[in-house]
Design a protein around this ligand. Structure first.
Ligand SMILES: Nc1ncnc2c1ncn2[C@@H]1O[C@H](COP(=O)(O)OP(=O)(O)O)[C@@H](O)[C@H]1O
Ligand SMILES: [Mg+2]
Length: 289
């Protein structure tokens, strides 16, 4: 084969000075998540008379893309719904892309979540926009069509954030595509100035609290931050002592695996799901009682 001669040109737009680029970075502001106990776990460090001082952000960083990963039944969908309801309550339009559960189910689930959170149903009706990818296979199978649909909804409803439950459903049986799918979504959300919550599913059997599983592994390096949730059945006295629970109990655990935009708590904490179906983040397991 003849050697192809191609002209190699520098990409000038990729080069910039710190002063110019820093102006384009979003201000570090917290977006409340609607999950009790979570917002205080993100912080910024401010310098008061040259001494570093932690200041809580009060939510996830504005316009960040955060991945929540874990096995089934760890409260991921509940957190996604709580986030959407909270945005609606604050008057910010939000898109909920449902990949697993068909639109009507999501709608009633969100209303239920609003009731439990004490949020007026009307604000959810008005501000949450559902993209039903569960009922429309093309949205699950063709990323450009999905992104065109979300872009349409962003423009039409002037949304500030996008929740996708789950991104795993977009590369089912095509896991080698996970990274490229997630990268397209990440770049898309940045381009449209959206704060993003991406849910990803972890297969059981992977090390529980690490982000290194199908969903987590593929996604963790691309997104701005990862939250890992897990569930454990207590089967040994050792575990019972550790968690101060009884053998046979279920504990759900939570950890912020990383966030490159701000400081964050790093402890393994209890995650509780209340009877009304709300996720709450509890104390670190080291303070179990
Ligand atoms: N009122 C409720 N509504 C919904 N889920 C509830 C409720 N009360 C408790 N739960 C628990 O929350 C779990 C749902 O978690 P979910 O967010 O759907 O998990 P995941 O998305 O991680 O699979 C249920 O399996 C159930 O155990
Ligand atoms: Mg779910």
């Amino acid at each position: 084969m003849p050697e192809e001669k191609r002209e190699i040109k520098p990409v000038e737009e990729s080069i910039g000075r710190i002063t110019e680029l820093a102006k384009k970075a979003p201000e570090l502001i917290g977006v409340p998540t609607g999950v009790e106990g979570l917002d205080e776990l993100f912080f910024v460090v401010e310098y008061v008379r040259n001494k570093p001082k932690k200041k809580p952000l009060g939510g996830i960083p504005l316009r960040s893309v955060i991945n929540i990963t874990g096995v089934a039944d760890t409260g991921k969908t509940l957190m996604a719904e709580q986030f959407a309801v909270k945005q609606a309550d604050l008057g910010y339009p939000v898109i909920f892309v449902s990949v697993e559960s068909p639109g009507p189910f999501v709608a009633s689930s969100l209303k239920y979540r609003a009731k439990a959170m004490g949020v007026d149903e009307k604000s959810v009706d008005e501000h949450v926009v559902i993209v039903d990818a569960a009922s429309h296979s093309i949205l699950r199978e063709d990323v450009p069509t999905l992104l065109a649909t979300i872009a349409h909804a962003i423009k039409k409803y002037k949304t500030k954030s996008v929740v996708i439950d789950s991104v795993t459903g977009l590369y089912e049986a095509r896991e080698m595509l996970a990274r490229s799918v997630v990268r397209s979504i990440f770049n898309f959300l940045k381009k449209w100035y959206q704060t993003g919550i991406l849910i990803s599913q972890k297969r059981s059997g992977h090390e529980e609290l690490s982000a290194e599983a199908a969903g987590g592994y593929a996604v963790a390096h691309i997104v701005d931050g990862t939250i890992v949730v897990s569930k454990e059945l207590i089967t040994s006295q050792r575990a019972a002592n550790l968690y101060k629970r009884q053998i046979g109990d279920i504990v759900r655990l939570f950890r912020i695996d990383g966030c490159r935009l701000c400081g964050h708590d790093t402890k393994v904490r209890f995650l509780e799901i209340t009877e009304e179906g709300l996720v709450k983040i509890g104390p670190p397991i080291s303070e179990a009682q």
